[in-house]
Write a protein that binds this ligand. Structure first.
Ligand code: ATP
Ligand code: MG
Ligand code: MG
Length: 658
């Protein structure tokens, strides 16, 4: 067969390369270290690292750490881990903050070029200058009185900002972009030459793009202590000022980002051109920004702020402490991007509010999940903990396709992809979730028959292992009915059923029950060639100390966290999400057991073998297998020493089951 087509050399990505077919492709994955990555970021990582790799180039992991109040050490570590887990190696790990000195110098340079000014307008004055009238209508955009001050005054005031002379919000360094451009400057005249007409068209487009209405370059922040630069700075550069410049400093050739940044592309180019880091109207020199569609997953919550509410709980009822969670993260970012700094909000504030505890109307909402890596979440740490193979995520992202359009999908589609991916790549074992003891009365007490069982009957390369078939075996409670029923093909009184990986069927003779619980405790059965064949075959686990069978364990089954399939539409502002939580989102089977082949599977992780989870990254969640007729499982991080804890990765069929 023909070799598979390189997904990074076709479609939209091919177009991006063809626009700028350089020898040395340099890309970067630029997360803000203010939270854990989620499944959407798997796309950003795959696209940036994969594109570079496919062209023999390199990709940096860049921490875009210009927002001092939101950064924490644990996020840096977790982000690094996730890139490695997905099988990529950054050429360099860089920090935007390492360029603070250079960025500051360039800001002064921009002032000297008369392309930036210190502005003292209030947020309302800024809005008015942008043509936003109090009645919501649009008026003429006008420059403020600070726009035309001279270079020396601006330099003096910018240095004063740097030296702590202003409080947050009092002064902002703004770029002198296209805010004050008047319609007469771009109105096309009949007599204009083609060239002039073109220029006016461009000017008009720029002048009408809000991303170019004199956006902030530097602002004084409330909390100025920075994770890496300590108390050196009181002013910090904005995304718009930082991102394109750091791209240029790192010699990025293709700056790939998500579509919401498309309207910012002219601002990206404007600044680089203003600083001679890029040639006007050309992508040949300097970095070229192009935008791909976001990956949106329906059926779960991806917003950092909302996950924080699930992890930490929240407090509602007191208006002054109410979280501003009704707003999508994307929208928040866009606000940050296009408006002058209007004072930062601290996402942890509502959670730590003590003020509200005195107010009788407040309600304390407890946490809904274990932590950021709770397997019911769709953060990358959660998907890893659940046992999802990194290769399945990459394949999922690429199968959805990389185009300009947003890729909208749902958790059950992801699950279906993971299921297909695991089908032929992991070994099979017999695991019983809720065991009932079955005694085969016609066998001698010490009966042990070693069965040679393949790890995957359709893939001989995975090898075989030995499973003891014994007088006492355990079967799943689901596979037994106290009363015979013609529609039930498994074990019931007087009926027989086949056993997977055993030679003969078994027939139920009788059973006993615990009268206080009403639960069946033991089944007596007969085994042998003379037992009539059953209509189905069930799984089982034998009992043999010599074989260390069964291995006892706790199995955790995860179901959707919410009853609603569109949890983003719930009321997050008033914590209405809490009433929509699915009470069965976590089901624990504390007496589950697995056959002894599990030891081999654990010692030979990672499964899938060919996925090559980076060396040194083999951990509990790399131990994956299919429990025959049950589900796909992986070892949880809480499994230690003799304690086995398994997580269900996905069910065997779309209709779920246990
Ligand atoms: P969120 O707000 O959803 O937590 P973010 O946009 O703040 O994420 P960053 O850390 O700033 O995340 O982004 C790192 C990179 O990942 C950016 O280039 C961003 O465009 C990209 N990215 C973020 N979310 C998605 C998504 N859902 N699909 C594809 N790429 C994404
Ligand atoms: Mg962000
Ligand atoms: Mg965001």
């Amino acid at each position: 067969p023909a070799p598979p087509e390189d997904p990074f050399k076709k479609g939209w990505l091919k177009g991006v390369y063809d626009e700028k077919p350089v020898k040395e492709v340099h890309t970067r994955f630029p997360p803000e270290p203010n939270g854990y990555l989620h499944i959407g970021h798997a796309k950003a990582i795959t696209v940036n690292f994969g594109f570079a790799k496919s062209h023999g180039g390199i990709c940096n992991l860049r921490f875009d750490d210009t927002n001092p109040s939101k950064e924490e050490e644990r996020y840096f570590t977790a982000i690094k881990d996730m890139v490695q887990w997905l099988g990529f190696e950054p050429a360099k790990i860089t920090y935007s903050s390492d360029e603070f000195d250079k960025l500051y110098e360039l800001a002064e340079e921009l002032i000297k070029r008369e392309k930036a000014y210190v502005c003292y307008c209030s947020p309302d004055e800024v809005k008015k200058g942008r043509g936003k009238l109090p009645n919501g209508e649009h008026g003429l955009r006008t420059a403020c009185k600070h726009w035309s001050r001279d270079v020396e005054d601006n330099l003096t005031d910018f240095r004063k900002m740097r030296d702590g002379g202003y409080k947050p919000g009092e002064a902002v360094l703004r770029m002198k972009q296209y805010l004050a451009t008047k319609p007469e400057e771009y109105e096309v005249d009949e007599e204009d030459s083609l060239e002039v007409k073109k220029q006016k068209e461009k000017l008009k487009a720029m002048a009408n793009n809000p991303a170019l209405w004199d956006c902030a370059a530097y602002r004084v922040t409330k909390n100025s202590h920075h994770h890496r630069t300590g108390d050196k700075w009181r002013i910090y550069p904005t995304y718009e000022f930082t991102h394109c410049i750091v791209d240029a400093l790192e010699q990025i050739s293709h700056s790939l980002c998500t579509v919401e940044f498309e309207t910012l592309r002219p601002a990206y180019n404007w600044l680089l051109e203003a600083l001679d880091m890029k040639q006007g109207a050309s992508d040949e020199q300097g970095p070229m920004q192009r935008e791909y569609g976001r990956l949106n997953v329906e059926g779960t919550i991806l917003s950092k702020r909302r996950i924080a509410m699930l992890v930490e709980g929240t407090t509602v009822g007191d208006a002054s402490a109410a979280p501003s969670t009704g707003v999508e993260e994307v929208a928040d970012d866009m606000d940050e991007l296009t408006l002058a700094e209007e004072g930062e909000e601290d996402p942890s504030a509502p959670l730590e509010s003590t003020k509200s505890s005195t107010d009788k109307a407040t309600r304390r909402i407890p946490p809904a999940v274990l932590d950021w890596d709770d397997p019911r979440l769709f953060t990358l740490v959660a998907l890893r903990r659940r046992g999802v193979p990194p290769g399945a995520l990459k394949k999922f992202v690429l199968d959805l396709g990389v185009t300009k359009a947003n890729a909208n999908t749902a958790t059950h589609t992801l699950d279906a992809n993971i299921r297909t991916y695991l089908e032929r790549t992991v070994p099979r074992l017999m695991l019983v979730l809720d065991p009932i003891k079955v005694v085969l009365t016609n066998l001698p007490d010490d009966y042990v028959e070693e069965r040679e069982v393949p790890f995957d009957p359709k893939d001989k390369a995975k090898g075989t292992h030995k499973v003891p078939f014994t007088k006492t075996i355990y079967i799943d409670r689901d596979d037994f009915r106290e009363e015979d029923d013609p529609d039930f093909f498994r074990l019931s009184p007087g009926q027989s059923v086949g056993l997977l990986n055993a030679e003969h069927p078994v027939k139920c003779l009788s059973f006993s029950k615990d009268n206080s619980t009403g639960k069946v405790t033991e089944i007596l059965a007969k085994y042998g060639a003379d037992v009539p064949a059953g209509k189905a075959r069930i799984h089982w686990v034998g009992e043999s100390t010599a074989h260390n069978s069964p291995i006892k364990l706790e199995a955790r089954i995860f179901n959707p966290l919410f009853k609603s399939s569109k949890p983003n539409e719930l009321d997050w502002k008033n914590a209405g999400y809490y009433d929509n939580l699915n009470p069965d989102s976590l089901v624990k089977y504390e007496n589950a057991m697995v056959e002894c082949g599990f030891e081999y599977v654990r010692d030979h992780a990672p499964w899938p073998r060919e996925e090559g989870e980076a060396k040194g990254m083999v951990e509990n969640s790399s131990v994956r297998f299919q429990g025959l007729r049950t589900a796909f499982f992986a070892l949880d991080k809480e499994a230690k020493g003799g304690k086995v804890v398994l997580n269900r990765i996905v069910s065997l069929r779309a209709d779920g089951g246990k």
